[in-house]
Design a protein around this ligand. Structure first.
Ligand code: BGC
Length: 247
């Protein structure tokens, strides 16, 4: 079955057709900049563009950077606040006439890693952390997702953790990998202490360069810490998985 997977982020919107159940990405992904302001109308227009680009007519799955309950957006910290309360699934469906399933973006990335990547066959407590514009989290217990955890918003140094430890925070502040990795270490220790997982999978675009910062960032963390295997594509593949079975 062919599904279009779309990863909606605060900075970019990425998508590609995915074959399921193999999880194979079938074409070079398309990257569109997230419109600013990222209102429901503007993001929907980008989604339409994505579908036109791939001339796609099957089911679509999307990862959204906020708490999602039955297709409805409950939070959207890194997009326009006008998303809150909107039914993203309905909105995208009406605009494209295609079937849509929308789940949290980090949950999507976690699903892909648990099935095809670094969490494959892991039975204990697994936490996936995505470092991007924000910080996302996905928790799995015995392979089952506990949806909508929001560990990016834990308090660290009296601040919202994602504002001082995300990949965006490194870029905006022009921190060296060394300086940033110390922030990430503090953050991973916080997650480790509070949840005591067996495994922490660290994803997002920065996982592609994990050797630059992950050894330092994972020092002293009790849980085993590994980079995502699907890197930034986990969000696309996982979003497609969310749509599987719906049409
Ligand atoms: C949002 C999460 C999201 C994460 C990564 C956070 O700001 O609250 O829902 O998973 O960013 O996009």
């Amino acid at each position: 079955m062919k599904v279009l997977g779309i990863d909606i982020g605060g900075t970019g919107i990425k998508g590609a057709p995915v074959e399921l159940p193999s999880g194979e990405i079938l074409a070079e992904h398309l990257h569109l900049p997230t419109p600013q302001p990222a209102t429901p109308g503007a993001v929907t227009a980008a989604i339409k563009k994505m579908i036109q680009h791939f001339q796609f007519s099957g089911p679509v799955g999307a990862g959204f950077p906020g708490v999602m309950r039955k297709g409805v957006v409950e939070t959207a910290v890194n997009l326009s606040p006008s998303w809150v309360g909107k039914n993203a699934e309905k909105l995208f469906k009406q605009a494209t006439k295609l079937s849509f399933s929308v789940i949290n973006d980090a949950d999507a990335a976690g699903l892909a890693e648990m099935t095809y990547g670094a969490g494959k066959k892991e039975k204990g407590t697994v936490v996936m952390i995505t470092l991007g514009t924000g910080i996302g989290s996905a928790v799995f217990i015995g392979g089952v997702l506990v949806p909508n955890t929001e560990f990016g918003h834990l308090t660290m140094r009296g601040k919202d953790a994602e504002t001082i430890a995300s990949a965006k925070a490194r870029e905006v502040n022009d921190w060296s990998w060394k300086k940033w990795s110390k922030r990430v270490r503090e953050y991973l220790h916080l997650v480790d202490r509070l949840i005591n997982p067996d495994l922490i999978i660290v994803g997002g675009g920065v996982s592609q360069r994990a050797e630059k910062w992950l050894p330092r960032a994972s020092k002293g963390v009790k849980a085993k810490v590994v980079p995502a295997k699907l890197h930034n594509e986990a969000g696309i593949v996982g979003a497609a998985m969310a749509a599987n079975g719906k049409s």
